[in-house]
Design a protein around this ligand. Sequence first.
Ligand code: FMN
Length: 212
Amino acid sequence: MKSEILVSREWRYAVKKYDKSKNIEVEELELILKAINLAPTSYGLQPFKVIHVKGEKVRAELKTAAYNQGQITDASDLLVFAHATAVHPFIIDRYFNNLMSTRKPNIKEVETYKNHVTQALTNWPEAQQASWCDKQMYIGLSYGLQAASDLRIDSSAIEGFDQKRFAEILKINTSLWIPTVSLALGYRSKNDSSQHLAKVRLSEDELIQIFE
Ligand SMILES: Cc1cc2nc3c(=O)[nH]c(=O)nc-3n(C[C@H](O)[C@H](O)[C@H](O)COP(=O)(O)O)c2cc1C
């Protein structure tokens, strides 16, 4: 019997055409959002945010800024991921405030650790900080993709959009956040021919190097 781990991953594909008549149950969407929030990030800082875009009109505008990709409007739900433009002080503060109230640790030790984290990340040039935040965000995306698939909810990760236009439409303060990837969630149309395509992947020999 094939492991559910592989069954779920092989079932998922990048949906191009959604069945507009089918919506995700609220409880299932909540599960996916919780899974995204449980994604690990370096130092636990979670330097990104997830915007659940609800308005139909806004989604239509986003579609035009995404080269008219139909997934933006036709999926049941649309999440837009925006990463922080740098490791801003509030990103560090909110984590450490949360740590203090959640674990009630020794204050002195936490202060030393907070200084270490601040030094380690904020001495980088801003572009490197932005890139680090971007990488953390994709772990969240990946958790969302996988949680959806475990629930047999279809999904599409979408990077193909004009980030500047997305930011304008969603009124995102681009000095703090950059919208970089979207996650459409819903149910595949039976007319989506992509579902019949074989997966194109490296052989494990190409992907995995053994080093003894
Ligand atoms: C981060 C990311 C961004 C993507 N952006 C787009 C996109 O803008 N438009 C699109 O049609 N597919 C997009 N894809 C889908 C990929 O092309 C697809 O995942 C890949 O070809 C592998 O196919 P599979 O997901 O069906 O296994 C994106 C995938 C990822 C992971």
